[in-house]
Ligand binder design. Structure first.
Ligand code: NAD
Length: 509
């Protein structure tokens, strides 16, 4: 008997099917070649909720051309930081005014709970505000101690035209980790959202225009990775590509970008561990583990998908995780009581189940869940909260990104052993430690190969605090002031003061 907490269909009335087209040069435009469309069925409700133009390479090229012209004529890059900040702040206000509208379609396209979609959209407004503050404060360096006759300054300049490719799991948040920072820097952009969740990106176009962003500064082209994303990665008129998505596609993007040596920034997958010591506040740790694995149905780059628990407490701790998992509300994403919604696609659900089946076959124990979940009145695209014990570090379920509500449990005896398990991974996005001993926490933080380390918390983030991965979790950083720097080129300006330079030819002797 599973004994889970389920929220049945709320029978909410769904909005009309949304139509999305490209946004190029400040106008809504149809596809250039043919009239291909991609329909998005709601993962939770099983009905079509949006229909989006399926662009071709020609559409991507038109968007790049618009961004290139807009950058080169200086309509945005030559504005003062104050003027750029004014637009970004207006965008933030407009996002806040449209939270409900945007959150509803985000929920229907992605399957995530409405409360979390609202949080994502309103939280994104804060990213726009923070980026506005950076637009006004960005500056380079000066070198005033090179000698009496020399002065050098290091200028920061916008890198140019930036391609932005985003995934489906946090469509509006991830867009907002990139776009306002690129705009604060003075760049122009071409954006390709995931074909599964394009609507909030297209809605943003209207808000950008209303906020006074000049035409052509942001262009949105809809379609599949091939050919649209691939064109954004390889076109010589693009100066930088910033991508969030799977490690496999990220590697392909780096290869495609190498032909023109454009700058590449990648935010990729993770297999993020939380290590629990016996002296931890175990109640808080259990709650954070449950949050870390089920938030967004585990479809998070930051999902805390493997816990590494001290052997002395492993059995009792896992039992508490299983108990608390039963209390998490899985069900209709449109019901505000729901905490966990639907899996993004049937194919992805099958992939999740494949990992659990393989682990079972290799001798692991499924302590909870381990199969699809039918929510009364909704589409068959949910997965049970799942806890897998008896896992060994070599199993695929312990090493690869499952991207579902599936937690694996490993055990350790010493800090060194825990660190070996943590670092024995291709990924290095985030990691966490639970202990009341500050020395344990600091030793863990120093020894961990990860872009972010959380101590006694999980998945807390702030616009001020930079984010990114090491190893195969990515290249470069987002948000914080480092996030702005990614979109800037550095130019050194070296100046002689007066006529003090001895001639090279006749000044030798
Ligand atoms: P994905 O790699 O399948 O797709 C991401 C985007 O790339 C989509 O817009 C897709 O259309 C596009 N794309 C696909 N093939 C392409 C190609 N050949 N050239 C250019 N673009 C192409 O990823 P997904 O399934 O949408 O998202 C899930 C993945 O994203 C997970 O691996 C997750 O860990 C990762 N992710 C990472 C972060 C982070 O910040 N590190 C955040 C969220 C998601």
């Amino acid at each position: 008997m599973l004994d889970l907490t389920l929220i049945p269909a709320s029978n909410a009335v769904l909005p009309e099917v949304r139509i999305n087209r490209h946004w190029i040069g400040g106008a809504v435009v149809p596809s250039r070649d043919g009239d291909g469309w991609t329909e998005r069925q709601s993962p939770s409700h099983g009905v079509v909720v949006s229909r989006s133009a399926r662009g071709t390479a020609a559409d991507a090229e038109a968007a790049i051309a618009a961004a290139r012209t807009a950058f080169d004529d200086g309509r945005w890059s030559q504005l003062s930081g104050k003027a750029r900040a004014t637009v970004l702040l207006k965008v933030a206000d407009l996002i806040e005014a449209n939270v409900d509208r945007m959150a509803l379609i985000e929920t229907l396209e992605s399957g995530k709970p409405i409360t979390q979609a609202r949080g994502e959209v309103s939280g994104a407004a804060d990213l726009w505000r923070y980026a506005a503050s950076l637009a006004r404060t960005l500056h380079g360096d000066s070198h005033n101690s090179l000698g009496a006759d020399m002065l050098a300054v290091v200028l920061k300049e916008p890198i140019g035209v930036v391609s932005i490719i985003t995934p489906w799991n946090f469509p509006f948040w991830i867009l907002s980790q990139k776009l306002p920072f690129a705009l604060a820097a003075g760049c122009t952009c071409v954006v390709k959202p995931s074909e599964l969740t394009p609507s909030t990106t297209v809605m943003l176009a209207e808000l950008l225009a209303e906020a006074g962003l000049p035409a052509g500064v942001v262009n949105i082209v809809l379609g599949l990775g091939q050919p649209v994303g691939a064109t954004l990665a390889s076109d010589p008129r693009v100066d930088m590509i910033t991508f969030t998505g799977s490690t496999a596609v990220g590697k392909g993007i780096a290869a495609a970008a190498s032909g023109t040596l454009k700058k590449v920034a990648l935010e990729l997958g993770g297999k993020n561990p939380q290590v629990i010591f016996p002296d931890a506040d175990l109640e808080s740790a259990v709650d954070a583990v449950v949050f870390g694995i089920y938030f967004n149905v585990g479809q998070c780059c930051n999902s805390g998908s493997r816990i590494i628990v001290h052997q002395d407490i492993a059995e009792a701790f896992t039992a508490r995780v299983v108990d608390l998992s039963r209390q998490v509300a899985f069900g209709d994403p449109l019901d505000p009581a729901t905490q966990v919604g639907a899996i993004v696609s049937p194919e992805h659900g099958a992939k999740i189940d494949g990992y659990v089946t393989a682990a079972r076959k290799s001798g692991a124990t499924v302590a909870l869940g381990g199969g699809p979940l039918q929510i009364p009145g909704l589409a068959p695209q949910f997965y049970q909260p799942t806890v897998v014990t008896g896992v060994t570090p070599d199993m695929a379920i312990a090493r690869e990104e499952v991207f579902g509500p599936v937690l694996t449990v490993l055990t350790f005896r010493t800090l060194d052993e825990a660190l070996r398990l943590v670092n024995d991974a291709d990924y290095g996005l985030s990691a966490g430690v639970w202990s009341e001993n500050v020395h344990t926490c600091l030793a863990f933080a120093r020894g961990t190969q990860a872009g972010t380390v959380w101590t006694n918390t999980w998945m807390d983030g702030f616009p001020e605090v930079t984010f990114g991965g090491v190893k195969q979790s990515g290249l470069g950083r987002e948000i914080g002031s480092y996030g702005l720097d990614e979109f800037m080129e550095i130019k050194s300006l070296v100046m002689r003061i007066g006529r003090s330079r001895a001639p090279w030819v006749r000044g030798q002797g």
